[in-house]
Design a protein around this ligand. Structure first.
Ligand code: XMP
Length: 535
């Protein structure tokens, strides 16, 4: 399978480059800047990402590109472009403030394949502290903005491949073949504000690198089903289901590959959404999955009694979860593999080269050693939107595919303070009213609000009570906060401008129908600095 390699120099937008390339139906891998797979013959091109560093920073990431240049096309983005220019004798200097934000390509080289189809003055997004003030000898500028002379450049390399190693026919590989070239752009084609950025990436990936664009959900399902069969042979596989999209798609894919030799375990810790355990079990049974449902709510709620510290609550839930899951898994004595719905962003985050932990991981961990299970992670190359496309390809029901993410510890991280069955009941009822209202609210474009929102839920401020009046009675009950955010990966999020009529209805319904709540607030905090969950 053809692939593009994206070498990650630590930019915030590296994942976005990957998503854009996948949207072009081309497989790509994001690897640390110094981990280029030199012996992989399926690589057809390389992209160097941006970086938080300047090329002059002593700790800046440096890499020897001599094994790559001349063998396949390279595109450097921002730092990637500056790094290649600087290390080949060009000049990079601190930039003026005008190199942040929107800019327009006032000039582009006519007929350059990177800019095929570009409109005059195309808008791009700049974001760099340094700028290239001189490019190496023999390289040339191919685009400029009013203030950035070298907005894009090109260098023609001699082919460095020996005849035997070369995959290109001698006819194609005359001097000047696109395979030998290097491009650099100081703007970010991967971000939304670079209006023709996707076209630039398409020109690079398809026209220059020669992608056949044959990466699709259907081809993924076919290849992956075969790979799973090869990997696990006639063995039995265990999978922990959470009700979420990733583990559900993973289960259906495995079921397609090995049928009944997949055993799924779904643990109810007592802090799922209203009726969720029952409804999701029903969905799984309709999908033909072999699922063991374990109601462990007594144990979890018992262990959580009186605990108020958020980290302590998470630890207890994590520990209990592993123990309950393991006890079930041990009963499946012929299991040889553990399947997990790990997806690509989980793994890229764990490679995060800047060393900052943005989101901790919450997957099932620490299976008993004596089980010595192999790991099967069939979704490990997919982004979230691709997981959903694969789910549709597998014929899964839309309501399972479009489910909002839900935290592993469930409503526990949305009940501030200690947890009791009664508080869980209050929160489940309030949450159910809010989520139903979002599902029922169809926007002017025909899409429900639920489907436009990344994640929504309700938080119970159970440590707070406020005065209200109902009929002739004074009330002294808890407030709840509604939370609804848009996001692409949960690393940043923005609160949703919910319609007032919807908020009014939800507030009324919750206060009238949910005993224990007499006030409804709306959380208007973005992430950062807030997080999506309150605990
Ligand atoms: P935060 O609150 O960190 O949440 O902004 C980001 C995303 O992660 C989810 N989340 C969790 N998921 N186990 C999970 O499986 C957890 O412990 C956990 N904590 C937060 C959260 O719902 C959001 O989608």
């Amino acid at each position: 399978m053809q692939k593009i390699i994206i070498l990650d120099f630590g930019s915030q937008t590296t994942q976005l480059i990957g998503r854009r390339i996948r949207e072009l139906n081309t497989f790509c891998e994001i690897l640390p800047y110094n981990k280029f797979p030199h012996d992989d013959p399926s690589v057809i091109g390389v992209i160097l990402s941006g970086s938080p560093y300047s090329v002059y920073d002593p700790e800046a990431f440096k890499v020897d590109l001599s094994g790559i240049r001349g063998r396949m096309p390279i595109l450097g983005i921002c730092y990637g472009a500056q790094y290649m220019s600087y290390t080949n004798g060009g000049k990079v200097e601190p930039a003026g403030s005008r190199e942040y934000g929107r800019a327009n390509l006032a000039w582009i080289e006519q007929n350059n394949p990177l800019f095929r189809g570009f409109a005059p003055n195309s808008q791009v997004w700049m974001s760099h502290g340094d700028t290239i003030t001189a490019i190496p000898e023999g390289w040339r500028a191919i685009a400029s903005t009013a203030s950035v002379k070298f907005a894009a450049y090109q260098a023609d390399d001699a082919c460095s491949m020996s005849n035997t190693a070369c995959a290109v026919s001698p006819n194609q590989c005359s001097q000047g073949s696109m395979f030998n070239k290097v491009w650099g752009v100081q703007f970010h084609p991967e971000v939304f504000h670079s209006v023709q950025g996707t076209l630039l990436l398409k020109n690079f990936v398809v026209d220059i690198c020669g992608s056949r664009q044959d990466w699709s959900p259907a081809s993924f399902v076919e290849t992956t089903v075969n790979e799973i069969r090869q990997q696990v042979g006639d063995d039995r596989v265990i999978l922990g289901l959470s009700g979420g999209v990733d583990s559900s798609v993973c289960a259906v894919l495995l079921n397609r590959a090995i049928g009944d030799r997949l055993t799924c375990i779904f643990v109810d810790h007592g802090m799922l959404r209203k009726n969720e355990f029952r409804d999701v079990m029903h969905d799984y049974e309709c999908l033909g999955l072999n699922v063991i449902g374990v109601d462990a709510s007594e144990r979890f709620l018992g262990d959580l009694a009186g605990v108020t510290d958020p980290e302590q609550k998470r630890k207890i839930i994590g520990r209990d979860f592993v123990e309950v899951f393991n006890a079930e898994a041990r009963k499946i004595t012929d299991a040889r593999w553990l399947a997990q719905g790990t997806i690509y962003p989980d793994r890229i985050e764990s490679l995060n080269i800047t060393g900052k932990v943005i989101k901790s991981h919450h997957n099932v961990g620490g299976l008993p050693k004596e089980m010595s299970l192999g790991l099967c992670e069939p979704l490990k190359w997919l982004f979230k939107d691709e997981v959903r496309r694969v789910g549709r390809q597998l014929g899964m029901p839309e309501h399972l595919i479009t489910r909002h993410p839900f935290p592993g510890p469930g409503l526990a991280v949305r009940i501030l303070g200690d947890i009791t069955r009664e508080k869980v009941r209050i929160l489940q009822d309030a949450d159910d009213i809010f989520i139903r209202a979002l599902r029922e609210y169809v926007d002017t474009d025909g899409v429900t609000l639920y489907n436009k929102i990344w994640q929504a839920g309700v938080v119970l401020m159970s440590a707070v009570r406020s005065v209200g009046v109902m009929g002739d009675e004074r009330t002294y009950e808890h407030p709840v906060a509604l939370r609804a955010v848009t996001s692409t990966d949960a690393m940043t999020a923005d609160w949703v401008h919910l319609p007032y009529d919807l908020m009014a209805k939800v507030s009324n319904d919750i206060i009238n129908k949910v005993k224990g709540v007499n006030r409804v607030c709306y959380d208007i905090s973005s992430k950062p600095p807030a997080t999506i969950e309150w605990e």
